[in-house]
Design a protein around this ligand. Structure first.
Ligand SMILES: [Zn+2]
Length: 199
């Protein structure tokens, strides 16, 4: 918060206090509307002054990440990672993907090892008919919120904006068979001193 923000916010909050002191059963509606406007003004000033969003989890790494109420630190991202670790421990499988293309001919290729949950924040605006993306999806929630705040203050803002949280992850639901690790080196090749002959 810079100095002018501090001054403006302090003034707005003190004004609200005065409204509170002056409030009686006889306070006319016109006065209440004034209070409402001042309250809204103070909220706007607060919005501009607060630079980070309130933490939603107790996780130091993902304070604003998605919430899993069953997790001790409320962090869905870390809980997903922990669950995956527990699962692979339970199944006794290290990398469950055979690496040899010779043994697994597939035109789909091998999926990346990506147990890391991916999350993005999508800024959207109401275009009159539907919500539409109005900026680059961000990896950082605060950045997306700042972007939307700037859009709202722009010369011709839309009537509404919203922030959408996108969260994707892979979850193995069931495994059929045993993923046996296969050496890339073909069997029976080696130890022959390189005679070069084909059978
Ligand atoms: Zn976390």
């Amino acid at each position: 918060m810079n100095h002018s923000q501090l001054t403006a916010l302090g003034r707005a909050l003190r004004l609200l206090g005065e409204h509170g002191d002056a409030l009686t059963a006889d306070t006319p509606d016109a006065r209440l509307h004034e209070v409402k406007a001042d309250l809204r003004r103070a909220l706007e000033l607060l919005d501009e002054s607060v630079t980070s969003s309130a933490p939603t989890t107790r996780c130091a790494e993902h304070p604003n990440g998605p919430v899993d109420t069953a997790a001790p630190d409320l962090c869905l991202l870390c809980e997903t990672r922990r669950r995956a670790a527990r699962r692979s421990e339970y199944n006794g499988t290290a990398p469950a993907v055979p690496r040899s293309p010779e043994h697994t001919p597939s035109r789909y290729g091998v999926r990346d090892d990506r147990p890391q949950p991916q999350q993005r924040w999508l800024p959207e605006m109401w275009n009159g008919q539907a919500w539409q993306l109005c900026g680059t999806p961000r990896r950082d929630r605060r950045e997306a919120e700042l972007y939307l705040a700037a859009q709202r203050r722009g010369p011709r803002p839309a009537t509404a904006y919203r922030l959408v949280h996108e969260f994707t992850d892979y979850e193995v639901l069931r495994v059929w068979g045993t993923p046996v690790h296969v050496d890339i080196e073909p069997m029976g090749n080696g130890g022959n001193g390189g005679n070069g002959g084909n059978v």
